[in-house]
Design a protein around this ligand. Sequence first.
Ligand code: BGC
Length: 248
Amino acid sequence: MTAVFGVDIGGSGIKGAPVDLGRGELTQERYKVLTPQPSAPGAVVAAVCEVVRQFDHQGPVGLTFPGVVVNGHTRTAANVDKGWIGLDAEGLFREALGLPATVLNDADAAGYAETVHGAGRDQGGVVLVLTFGTGIGSALFVDGTLVPNTELGHLELRGKDAERRASSAAKERHGLTWEEWAVRVDEYLDAVEMLFSPQLVVIGGGVSRKHEKFLPLLRAREARIVPAELRNDAGIVGAAMAAARASG
Ligand code: BGC
């Protein structure tokens, strides 16, 4: 089958690689550039083109975006330039790359990768994938079917946007110890567990690399809490999965 390429657009880096969809793995080492600051659409599109052009790729391209994406249009931009709001991002990428493009929310992409190839595989029922990074991303699955754009990072916690209190950027910003941060993550997990009663919660995002530092500090709860398995590659793999699905 045609090779599929995945690009993960994050607040700090843009990385991409061709993906082996059967195995859920990158087929070549990924290429990364820093996210332009400000992350205005034109600059990000140029950076994405630079990433894709490092490879001899001609098939569909899947791209993640750290905000709400409906029918390829980017609707919110909590942690990126507000110029993205209301854009036909899919059209922009398709035109700039000259290739079929599919755009989806970053946590939804990571969720696809984790539920098919990673920590959530073979798990039925309600599975929630949460990514802790600059923000908090969420992907909610019921028996493998995604409810897109759940945006649970913006639940209200103590009168504040939850991701302002409990993301890994909040840990850095407030100089919290792992113990202090774990208290905030627990409080956040209480809120999502109360609303959705998931059987499994997969914790992803950059900080999942250090899961042994904080997962043991979290309270026991009904949901099983496990670290993501694809770590930094989940977004790339999930983006490619979405692009393959869109191109039939
Ligand atoms: C955005 C989400 C995104 C998450 C992780 C949040 O601020 O609203 O769409 O998935 O950050 O990047």
